[in-house]
Design a protein around this ligand. Structure first.
Ligand SMILES: Cc1ncc(COP(=O)(O)O)c(C=O)c1O
Length: 396
C-alpha cells in the first residue's frame, strides 16, 4: 500500500489537525494570528495588496534597489553566464567566482581583512556564533536583538544572558559577575535595532568588550547602505569603533538576498571550516551575488542618495513629534495588538501599507506600526502619512 493512503486512513491522524486548529484559534483570540497576503510590487514603493494599490512603508528596500535596472541587468547577465542555481554548497562546487568579488568589496566597505557571504541573515547568525563559541562560553545579548542572533546564541549551548536594551552598565555588571567562569565571551547586538530603529552604543560596547576580553558582534542588517555613509553602524558614531564581527544582510538596502560576515582573515577562515549553515547549505545563486555587487557600486558612487532614507525618517518623526530618527526605521507604538491592527487598517483605507508588528516580534504591550522609509518616498505622501498618524492614531 502507498504510505500516503495508510496515513490518510489512520483515524488517529485527526488530533494533529485539531491541535493545529486549536493553536490557531488561540492566536485569533489574542489578535496575534498572522496570514500571508499576496503582495505584488509594481515598482520600488507601490504595491498591490488585496486588489488595492498602496504606498508601502513596510519594505526594507531602503534604497529602492530591488527594482533598479542596474541590479536587474547584473542578475540577468549572471544567470546567462553562470546559470540559475549554485548547484552545491560553496565548500563543494557552489563557489562561483562572483563570491570572491562580492567578498572583496564587502571587506573593503567594512574595512576588514576578509568577508564571507552566507545564504541569508538568519543562516549567518545561526552559523557564525556557534562556530566561535561553545558550551563553556558566555554570550551577552541585547534583549531586543533580532530573533536570529538569539538563535545563534542558543545554538552555542553555552550560557546566554540578556542585558537590558542598550544598557551598557547592565552588560558590564553581567560581565563582572560571570566572565571569569567562562572560556570565551561574546557581546551580540543589532547595530540598528530592527523594530525600534535606534542604534546600539557601539563605542561603549567596544570598550567593554576590550576590558573583559570578549568578542563584539553586530548585526547590521538595517545599517549597511544607509548609516555611516553607507558603511553601516560601525561607522556611524564619529569615532572608529572596533567591532570584531560585523554581520549584515544583502536583503534590505542592498535590495537582494543573502548576508555576510566581515572580520579578520583567520576568523573568516575558521568560519569556512566551522559554520554549519555555510558548510551544509547551498551557495547563493549567481544572480543574487551579481546584484549585490551592482548595489555596492551604486552606494559607493552616491553617498548623498544613501543618506536619503534617514533624512525622510527624520522629517516624518519631526512632523509627528516623535524622538529624532536615527535610522530609516521609525516605530509608532500603539500598545495592544488589537490597536495595531486597527491602526494599520485605518492607514490602508487611506492608501498606505504599514504592517502592524505584534508580540512575540516585539515585547507584550508594545505592538506598533513600524515604518521604514526609503529614498524615493515622495515628500507630500510622507507629510500626509504623518498627519494621519498624529491626528487619527496617536491622538486617540
Ligand atoms: C536585524 C536583522 N537581522 C537578521 C535578519 C534576517 O535576515 P534575512 O532576512 O536575510 O534572513 C533580519 C530580517 O530579516 C533583521 O532585521
Amino acid at each position: 500500500m502507498h504510505p500516503q493512503v495508510k496515513i490518510d486512513a489512520d483515524p488517529s491522524a485527526g488530533w494533529r489537525d485539531r491541535m493545529a486548529r486549536q493553536k490557531l484559534a488561540e492566536l485569533d483570540r489574542a489578535h496575534l494570528r498572522r496570514r500571508m497576503v499576496d503582495a505584488a510590487r509594481t515598482d520600488s514603493i507601490w504595491m498591490v495588496r488585496n486588489g488595492r494599490r498602496l504606498l508601502s512603508f513596510s519594505c526594507n528596500d531602503y534604497l529602492n534597489l530591488a527594482q533598479h535596472p542596474a541590479l536587474k541587468q547584473a542578475a540577468v547577465e549572471a544567470i546567462q553566464r553562470h546559470g540559475v542555481g549554485a548547484g552545491a554548497s560553496r565548500l563543494v562546487t557552489g563557489n562561483h567566482p562572483l563570491f570572491r568579488t562580492l567578498e572583496t568589496r564587502l571587506a573593503r566597505l567594512k574595512q576588514t581583512e576578509a568577508a564571507c557571504v552566507f545564504g541569508s541573515g538568519y543562516l549567518a547568525n545561526a552559523g557564525i556564533i556557534p562556530a566561535l563559541l561553545g558550551r563553556e562560553d558566555l554570550v551577552l545579548i541585547d534583549e531586543l536583538a533580532h530573533a536570529c542572533l538569539w538563535a545563534g546564541a542558543r545554538l552555542t549551548r553555552g550560557t546566554v544572558l540578556p542585558y537590558r536594551h542598550n544598557d551598557v552598565g547592565h552588560a558590564e555588571a553581567l560581565l563582572a559577575q560571570h566572565r571569569e567562569r567562562h572560556r570565551y565571551a561574546l557581546i551580540a547586538t543589532d547595530g540598528v535595532f530592527s523594530m525600534d530603529g535606534d542604534l546600539a552604543p557601539l563605542p561603549d560596547l567596544a570598550t567593554l568588550a576590550r576590558r573583559h576580553d570578549a568578542w563584539l558582534m553586530t548585526d547590521d542588517a538595517h545599517g549597511i547602505g544607509v548609516i555611516g555613509g553607507g558603511r553601516g553602524s560601525t561607522f556611524a558614531h564619529g569615532v572608529a569603533v572596533e567591532v570584531d564581527l560585523q554581520m549584515g544582510t544583502l536583503s534590505k538596502a542592498i535590495g537582494g538576498y543573502g548576508a555576510y560576515l566581515a572580520a579578520s582573515r583567520p576568523v573568516i577562515d575558521l568560519v569556512h571550516n566551522r559554520a554549519r549553515t555555510l558548510i551544509y547549505s547551498t551557495g547563493l545563486p549567481a544572480a543574487v551575488v551579481a546584484a549585490a555587487i551592482a548595489a555596492l557600486d551604486l552606494i559607493e558612487r552616491d553617498p548623498a542618495y544613501a543618506a536619503q532614507p534617514v533624512a525622510n525618517a527624520k522629517m516624518f518623526a519631526r512632523l509627528v513629534g516623535l524622538p529624532e530618527a536615527q535610522s530609516p526605521i521609525v516605530p509608532v507604538i500603539v500598545g495592544s495588538a488589537e490597536a495595531a491592527l486597527a491602526s494599520a487598517r485605518l492607514l490602508e483605507a487611506e492608501g498606505f501599507l504599514v504592517i502592524p508588528i505584534r508580540p512575540p516580534t516585539v515585547p507584550e504591550g508594545t505592538a506598533r506600526l513600524r515604518l521604514s522609509f526609503s529614498a524615493l518616498h515622495p515628500q507630500p505622501e510622507i507629510e500626509r502619512l504623518a498627519e494621519l498618524i498624529r491626528t487619527r492614531i496617536l491622538a486617540q
